[in-house]
Design a protein around this ligand. Sequence first.
Ligand SMILES: Cc1cc2nc3c(=O)[nH]c(=O)nc-3n(C[C@H](O)[C@H](O)[C@H](O)COP(=O)(O)OP(=O)(O)OC[C@H]3O[C@@H](n4cnc5c(N)ncnc54)[C@H](O)[C@@H]3O)c2cc1C
Length: 465
Amino acid sequence: MTKLRLAIVGAGPAGIYAADILLKAERNFDVSIDLFDHLPAPYGLVRYGVAPDHPRIKGIITALRDVLDRGDIRLFGNVRYGTDITLDDLKKHYNAVIFATGAVHDADLAIPGIELEGSYGAARFVSWFDGHPDVPRTWPLEAKSVAVIGNGNVALDVSRILAKHADDLLPTEIPANVYEGLKASPVTDVHVFGRRGPTSVKFTPLELRELGELPDVDIVVYDEDFDYDDAARAAVASNKQVFVIDKVLNQWRKRETGAASRRLHLHFFARPVEVTDDGDGRVGGFKYERTAPDGQGGVVGTGEIREVPIQAIYRAVGYYGSSLPGIPFDKKRGVIPNREGQVLWKGEPGFESSTASQQMYGVYATGWIKRGPVGLIGHTKSDAMETVRHLINDVGNWWRPESPAEESILELLDERGVAYTNLDGWHRLDQHELALGAEQGRVRVKVVPRHEMVEISRDQVPAEL
Ligand SMILES: Cc1cc2nc3c(=O)[nH]c(=O)nc-3n(C[C@H](O)[C@H](O)[C@H](O)COP(=O)(O)OP(=O)(O)OC[C@H]3O[C@@H](n4cnc5c(N)ncnc54)[C@H](O)[C@@H]3O)c2cc1C
């Protein structure tokens, strides 16, 4: 019987679901899966993206952990594809690879002044408050007035974490340095800006409603944004999600404000124009053009320019995937070009077009790096089903590896001095974080520095820890 030695790069939900689906799939060959991640901990953006005050969503980790704990997948943490292992290595040891490397960088917002000091990408801020090991431990939270650009859930996460009092985050798993940073924040006003109207936002109703429950934070909405045209009224009448969002926003219009020490303003019909300089090379203001409905569900500029004084700005205008050495990349969309998960190329790697049509045998993609950075965790499951179906059917086109033995990859990593971690190591780190949390009456306290994560995982904990 044939055996499929499969490498999966990326231990986020997409990679873990792909492994799970393949192991459970009807097939006439054996499977042995090695799951690589450059982080010493698995779960990708569920651990390092989903906001710490969303424990229900973080709870998806329980289902992902059950898959890993079943014992039929080997986990290799702290191993970066492109540096620690290459495509040639994978070809030598496996029959195929699935890339599930997600998207971790901020998409650009091309307006003058966006490079000023005090202007940040939401993704980096999210990584900071979620304790990602590869971002600085401190975050400059000196602004009283902040702008957040974007009308999706990441904009809401960022605004909520900025506006929320640090003590209200203490029951969550936020790392100690994040609590200290947020506790010292002098912020009083967070302004969220979207180009279009309230009926065109990408917020989910649950996340929006949550804003209204933040202690000591007033939600401020502006009557001028609710002068709906026919298209907006039709959207409210025909779409349940839009109906609920409209209802929530309209309830806030009637609320008393003024008593809270912090305010979260929602501005609609605001097209970003410029981030202005305070004279010292730092963010001093945000200029936007007032837009108006165009009658077809879109907006047009009105020419009216407004400015709010701010000292920091966060752009939450989308995520963007990273290219991987030896693997084709569609620069425009930030994804690996693929047809239903089968990676496509033009016969040579490194091209940047989305017009490739030839299958790159043995190479597959799933999750955000396949589809782009949209959609919830659940969507990565259907992604994985599609990719795995092709992988199974492509049996005749798999690579024929020179060294398929399971030990050979361990030898390679050891030879290169890669300090890889494994599933037992993750269990050790997990237990360590839970124990740190228990000491403080909290669910978990995350270990942030990478070297500590690795030392704990590899059972090389310095005595003082
Ligand atoms: C701020 C934010 C909040 C979110 N909140 C929610 C929510 O509340 N509910 C919800 O359903 N969804 C939410 N999502 C969406 C959800 O996180 C994604 O749908 C999901 O994580 C995508 O899964 P993925 O496995 O494709 O990518 P990821 O989760 O990003 O996993 C990719 C993995 O690949 C690894 N990797 C990358 N490059 C390499 C490399 N070169 N070598 C080795 N490993 C590598 C990364 O370390 C990572 O572990 C949120 C997303 C963001 C950004």
